[in-house]
Design a protein around this ligand. Structure first.
Ligand SMILES: Cc1cc2nc3c(=O)[nH]c(=O)nc-3n(C[C@H](O)[C@H](O)[C@H](O)COP(=O)(O)OP(=O)(O)OC[C@H]3O[C@@H](n4cnc5c(N)ncnc54)[C@H](O)[C@@H]3O)c2cc1C
Length: 412
């Protein structure tokens, strides 16, 4: 980070803007918090490095949980989102190509908007709804193309110096929130250490068009090299998230297109007929990370700034949306207290950090138990599949955790 002295002539004092809350990061998680604060009587500013169009343009579809759907409904954004996303009628989980399959159906999930096991939502759809939801919010400012230059958290306020349209501006807030993703500068400023590891795997994503209807069915196939997910999205397209060891991922991407498709079809299966690739495959590293603390005096972390998880089960964004809603609730119930008070912020940390540990542990266990060919584990997991398919209470319990209906709900 450049120092302020390097950035401006000595005589030029940046103008000062005062808010209750300053949120660094205008991704889905940061904007969810901003939307949740619209009716709170608190003022907030969102500081985002990119333009609105750039932040919305990411080519990714998410498995969007029923609890996230309820949160979007409570924020008045669901009407805009719902027609553009898919409602999974079924999620099929299998151990490689073993015929024993676990089917999760809508009746296994608590009541959800529009009735679905899960949803397939594309990044631009969610971002455009959130950005539109903030346009009329008088007390919330969104500062795009704004670069963070300096952070200082003191006894009374958090102070930021940012560069916006070539000018330096000073922001003062009671609370600074880091919603700035996995490489969070806010987390670094708070000297918050992280726990975790890089997995031996990377994941490849691409969007496909199957010949036959995807029938709103999502698949999680556990191959020994890693999980392979098929997410049905709008216009009969599917996004795949294909996890394999790093070297294999690199080798797959280096293959000529025809050979890549042959490998892909082997994992994809033939239920939907032939498949056509619609987007260039992209590769992402996979890691587990949990921050040692989510809060410091005058500072709180949400979303990927606080934690990252393996993509199996589609949990990362959903956890972040619940963080944002939980923090908003704590702030709204502060009854005039200083929003940067550590005791107040600890309420948010106690609520979310433990629940996120459960999901991190679950995704890690799923990946490790299935991504191998150890015969003992293979026998155990296939018995587990049989048990889950024959014990409805077990299936419902697993689904409750994966859909966000456990612990303390951030919305009713
Ligand atoms: C391949 C893949 C598939 C996935 N699938 C799913 C899924 O199906 N379901 C699911 O729930 N999750 C999924 N995830 C996880 C999900 O993508 C992340 O958890 C989620 O995007 C995190 O959102 P965020 O808003 O916290 O962070 P980000 O999306 O990283 O947003 C951070 C924002 O902060 C801005 N920013 C950063 N630094 C600064 C700064 N210094 N100043 C100003 N702005 C800044 C960035 O420009 C960005 O807009 C997947 C992840 C991967 C890699």
């Amino acid at each position: 980070m450049a120092t302020i002295a390097q950035m401006r002539p000595a005589s030029l004092q940046p103008s000062v803007h005062t808010f209750d809350v300053a949120i660094v990061g205008g991704g889905i998680v940061g904007l969810t918090l901003a939307c949740a604060l619209r009716d709170s009587g608190l003022s907030a500013v969102v500081i985002e490095a990119q333009t609105p169009a750039q932040t919305a343009a990411r080519q990714r579809a998410y498995a969007f949980s029923p609890m996230s759907a309820r949160i979007f409904q409570s924020l008045g954004l669901w009407e805009q989102v719902e027609p553009k996303i898919t409602h999974f009628q079924r999620v099929r989980m299998s151990d490689a190509d073993c015929p024993q399959v676990v089917n999760f159906r809508t009746q296994d999930v608590p009541t959800t908007p529009g009735g679905a096991v899960y949803y397939g939502a594309e990044h631009p759809v969610l971002m455009q709804a959130l950005q539109a939801g903030l346009r009329q919010a008088n007390a919330i400012d969104c500062w795009y193309e704004t670069r963070l230059q300096h952070i200082q958290t003191g006894a009374e306020t958090a102070e930021l110096v940012v560069e916006r349209a070539g000018q330096l501006q000073r922001i003062r807030a009671q609370l600074l929130v880091g919603a700035d993703g996995a490489r969070s500068q806010v987390r670094a400023h708070g000297n918050i250490e992280t726990l975790g590891w890089q997995y031996w795997q990377s994941c490849i994503t691409t969007v496909l068009q199957p010949e036959k209807s995807h029938q709103n069915t999502a698949y999680e196939k556990f191959w020994p090299s890693g999980p392979f997910a098929i997410l049905p999205i709008s216009n009969n397209r599917c996004q795949i998230v294909w996890t394999v060891p790093h070297a294999e991922a690199k080798a797959l991407l280096a293959l000529p297109r025809e050979q890549f498709m042959t490998e892909l079809k082997r994992r994809y299966g033939s239920e939907m007929g032939d498949i056509t690739m619609l987007s260039e495959p992209l590769m992402f590293p996979v890691r587990l990370m949990q921050s040692q603390a989510y809060v410091r005096p005058r500072l709180a972390l949400i979303g990927d700034a606080a934690h990252c998880c393996h993509p199996v089960g589609g949990q990362g964004l959903n956890m972040g949306i619940r963080d944002a809603m939980a923090l908003a609730q704590v702030l709204k119930r502060s009854s005039g207290r200083d929003l940067g008070d550590l005791k107040l912020l600890k309420r948010y940390e106690r609520w979310r950090r433990t629940e996120n540990w459960i999901i991190l542990g679950l995704t890690d266990t799923l990946n490790r138990t299935f991504s191998n060919q150890i015969w003992l584990l293979q026998g155990l997991r296939r018995s587990g599949f049989w048990l889950m398919d024959h014990a409805p209470w077990l299936k419902r319990l697993a689904l409750r955790i994966m859909t966000g209906f456990f612990g303390r709900y951030p919305v009713r």
